[in-house]
Write a protein that binds this ligand. Structure first.
Ligand code: NAP
Ligand code: F7E
Length: 320
């Protein structure tokens, strides 16, 4: 009997990589999708015939219960969220509904439909915000700096609370930034690599960015979804930081990305105040020691390799 998994957020970056991984592990994979006026399954187009899509929305408890009753999963990966930090200041209520309360809705559905379902919660390094220690690990106190970060702290603690209250197998993965050629265009890595491709092709002449000094621990999304899966294969549920242990600035990102295309980034990048945030997270760097020790997880793609992979993919995409 193959195992069944339900992924919320299957149309997103991580959902697409996780679906590939689970199909490769022999799972029957279902993906919860919300109604939108334009159907956009681009990231899962290549595996769409192998995934069962079920309707549902994080804002609608009944639809999540119905999806669980329908799929009868052994594992639920809750990846759906309003995930763009900037948008969380423009839409703080919606971000709270989806990214915070949405977690309770999924956990409640699991508890009611089948409490033996194993649950993964997509928590975030944004919870560390104004960091209390360097590097950040599973015991580092949280100090979120955006409505998104605050919502993720709620999601993290409600996951732990449901584990402790109802004995659910529920894990929270505190994942640091992870990127890929499938990353949304608004996030800084993809904004830079897609712009490099357009500038190289003569379609654009400049790239406007915000804070070039911000530092992030950037890894490859394909590596990070394996950590999610490993968390649900253990004897006891636990929470894990998933990171590379290295940190780099937006400036370094620009240097490598433009350099890959034979361009000098200083000739094209313009700092634009419109992209500064009301409160910034200056520095993130995680310790993946617990994930390495207990899950046997290590990242396989280094920062420069990741950026170059994304630039190459964006150049190839434009060429096609
Ligand atoms: P993403 O590309 O933005 O994907 C988000 C997914 O959530 C999309 O499939 C989206 O569906 C879905 N979604 C949004 N609102 C929904 C709603 N109300 N009901 C149902 N589905 C909804 O995000 P990602 O980068 O793959 O990240 C996956 C998860 O990990 C998110 O929870 C994110 O906050 C978290 N996370 C990400 C990172 C990272 O660096 N990528 C790090 C830590 C944590 P549509 O296609 O319909 O919009
Ligand atoms: O920003 C700076 C910006 O939007 C990274 C999400 O997946 O990872 C992501 O959140 C840094 C910030 O990602 C621009 O100020 C400069 O310091 O790529 P980002 P994020 O905010 O770190 C975490 C772990 C998540 O959980 C989130 O879901 O880059 N930056 N100039 C810029 N950022 C953007 N987007 N655009 C700029 O022009």
């Amino acid at each position: 009997m193959p195992k069944r998994a339900l992924i919320t957020g299957v149309t997103g970056q991580d959902g697409s990589y996780l679906a590939e991984l689970l199909l490769g592990e022999g799972y029957e994979v279902s993906g919860m999708v919300r109604r939108t006026s334009n159907v956009n399954y681009e990231r899962v187009e290549h595996i769409a015939d192998k995934i069962r899509f079920v309707p549902g929305d994080l804002l609608d408890e009944g639809s999540i219960v119905a999806a669980l009753r329908d799929v009868q999963p052994h594992e639920v990966y809750n990846l759906a969220a309003q995930s763009f930090v900037t948008t969380s200041w423009n839409q703080p209520m919606f971000t709270g509904e989806a990214t915070a309360l949405g977690v309770t809705r999924v956990l409640e559905a699991v508890r009611q439909v089948d409490p033996s379902i194993r649950y993964y919660q997509a928590s975030s390094s944004e919870m560390f915000g104004k960091v209390r220690e360097v590097p950040q690990d599973e015991t580092t106190p949280f100090y979120p700096r955006s409505p998104y970060g605050v919502a993720k702290v709620y999601g993290h603690w409600i996951t732990i609370n449901y584990r402790e209250s109802y004995d659910l197998y529920a894990c929270s993965g505190i994942l640091f930034n992870h990127e890929s050629p499938r990353r949304g265009l608004e996030f800084v890595t993809r904004k830079v690599t897609s712009s490099v491709a357009r500038i190289k092709a003569g379609l654009d002449r400049e790239l406007r960015l915000g804070n070039l000094d911000a530092k992030r621990d950037w890894g490859f999304a394909g590596d990070y979804v394996r950590a999610m899966w490993l968390m649900l294969q253990q004897d006891v549920p636990d929470d894990f930081v998933v990171a590379t242990g290295e940190t780099h600035s937006v400036r370094e990102l620009c240097e490598i990305a433009f350099g890959r295309a034979g361009l000098d980034w200083t000739a094209y990048v313009v700092v634009d105040e419109r992209f500064l945030r009301p409160a910034e997270v200056d520095l993130l760097v995680g310790s993946p020691a617990k994930a390495a020790e207990k899950l046997g997880w290590t990242p396989t793609v280094a920062f420069a390799e990741l950026v170059e992979m994304m630039v190459d993919a964006d150049i190839e995409r434009l060429r096609r």
